[in-house]
Design a protein around this ligand. Structure first.
Ligand code: OAD
Length: 255
């Protein structure tokens, strides 16, 4: 069911958010698109339409050609370093400040939510710069020069290669992060689903879990997705345009 009426859907969503005891937002690559970070599945600009995920985003790919994979992620690190949070990220940070019990769960490996002011973001697919040893798993802090080096550094403990802290194909999500995301969806009265194609599981299951637990699910995306059929309300448009309007309405209600 889609919200209708003279006020449009945003006013109704804002009222739901303002009276919710808890709410959650799941974001995907679309929320960072307006910061110039390419999404994965856009037919023209998406990363996976131009690069082979098996080669670049898997343990086997890294073992086969560590320098190639490292340099590909080095470009991602540089792109994020050069990017700025966009109005969508900033609006989500405003919502988190205005609302009680607002949890941000992201599939994105960039830090643009944090740089926009969101705290305690649940990074389901890891973080680009949470490096660790491929072999022994020891976490490693790298400075910018090391992150942008031509080859992966080696682990001081076991001489294994250092890898980016992202979840690669075939790897399990961190159980603790999944628990946090799951709990937020179980408790939420409203769930915003922003800028994700809903094609990658188990993240794509979260809106279904939230809805089954009673949440009103709102999709914000310029296009229909796999999750559209599960949404109670769909708002078609870019997150950088829609979310600031929503944050304005919420702030008007709660202030
Ligand atoms: P996708 O590239 O699959 O989907 C991006 C979504 O963002 C699409 O539905 C677009 O319509 C939408 N979009 C584009 N521009 C937008 C904008 N300005 N505002 C709002 N939405 C916009 O990206 P994800 O769903 O995030 O996994 O992909 C999920 C996972 O697949 C990623 O986390 C990554 C990838 O493989 C890992 O790295 C493990």
């Amino acid at each position: 069911m889609r919200a209708t009426g003279p006020e449009g859907p945003l006013a109704a969503i804002a009222r739901r958010l303002a009276r919710a005891e808890a709410s959650v937002c799941l974001t995907g690559a679309g929320v960072s698109a307006e910061s110039g970070i390419p999404t994965f599945r856009d037919a023209a600009t998406g990363l996976w339409s131009r690069f082979d995920p098996e080669q670049l985003a898997s343990v086997d790919g890294f073992r086969n050609n560590p320098n190639l994979v490292w340099r590909w992620y080095r470009e991602r690190v540089q792109a994020v370093q050069d990017a700025r949070p966009n109005p969508g990220h900033i609006a989500l940070a405003r919502l988190a400040r205005s609302l009680e019990g607002f949890t941000t769960v992201t599939q994105n490996v960039d830090d643009l939510h944090e740089r926009a002011g969101s705290a305690d973001v649940v990074h389901l697919h890891g973080r680009l710069t949470a490096y660790r040893c491929l072999e022994c798993g020891t976490p490693v802090q790298l400075d910018l020069a090391q992150r942008l080096a031509a080859e992966p550094p080696v682990c001081a403990a076991c001489a294994g290669l250092i890898r980016p802290g992202v979840v690669w194909f075939g790897e399990l999500l961190d159980a603790n992060l999944w628990e946090q995301a799951y709990a937020a969806c179980q408790q939420a009265d409203v769930m915003l689903v922003v800028g994700t194609s809903g094609l990658v599981w188990p993240a794509a299951e979260l809106p279904l879990l939230a809805r089954r637990a009673g949440a009103h699910v709102v999709e914000v995306n310029p296009e229909d997705t796999e999750l559209t059929g599960w949404a109670d309300t769909c708002v078609r448009g870019r997150s950088g345009e829609i979310l600031p309007l929503l944050a304005d309405q919420v702030e008007r209600i709660v202030s």
